[in-house]
Design a protein around this ligand. Sequence first.
Ligand code: DGL
Length: 257
Amino acid sequence: MAVIGIMDSGVGGLSVFREIRRLMPDQHYIYYADNANCPYGDKSPEFIKDRLHAITDLFLGKGVQAMVLACNTATAAGVEDLRAAYGIPFVGMEPAVKPAALGTQSGVIGVLATAGTLKGSKYLNTKDKFSDRIKIEERVGRGFVELVEQGKLTGPEAEEVVEASLGPLLATGADRIVLGCTHYPFLLESLQAVASRLGYPEVRFIDPAPAVAARLKQVLAEKGLSLCDTYPGAEFLASGNDETLMHFVSGNNLPVL
Ligand code: DGL
């Protein structure tokens, strides 16, 4: 069993955590929501890097042996910096452009992400690799993170916010929409409802979380991180108000895709 730290700017990373725990139920997890500083989307890379160092130090103090940046924006801003500074393995997020590009019938894919992720060099390099074969349209999911942090995942308000960013993306002809922010999978029901109402019931939304969980499993095996003397389970920490976090994780409230 290994001790694994998982961080995000808020509850979004739980969409990754649920896949990780499904795949590896016997590890010990510490989840950290930096929600006092949420959203990360419009913050500077320097600010996010400072937060990542502070969170990594906290995790190391708790015996964390591997860390997941369950946040596309944090990965874009600081995963390389963390790898250079610390000796533990880091697994990050990247918008799932490849599966979308391979699956598209229309030749157009949409990417929904934060401004920070769309500006990141990792994403720009990936985009470059595919942009001669397919058209890639992008939109920031304006207000999506705030909705999820308030626990408003469905209903008229959620659909109105979702439609403002998703509608123009669907109008480009995109038939695969990459969910490039870990908060967005929690809005899947609203995203699908809006797509159907606007006349695009066939559109598919792509979440990289299962691939990230598989990658983490591979990394743990490569590093021989399968034994430690703690117990399997999970701890949940927040830098701000932990009401939504605790609501999501208590009982069976963690929405399942
Ligand atoms: N969930 C995060 C991501 O994947 C961060 C969203 C935010 O704080 O703006 O990008």
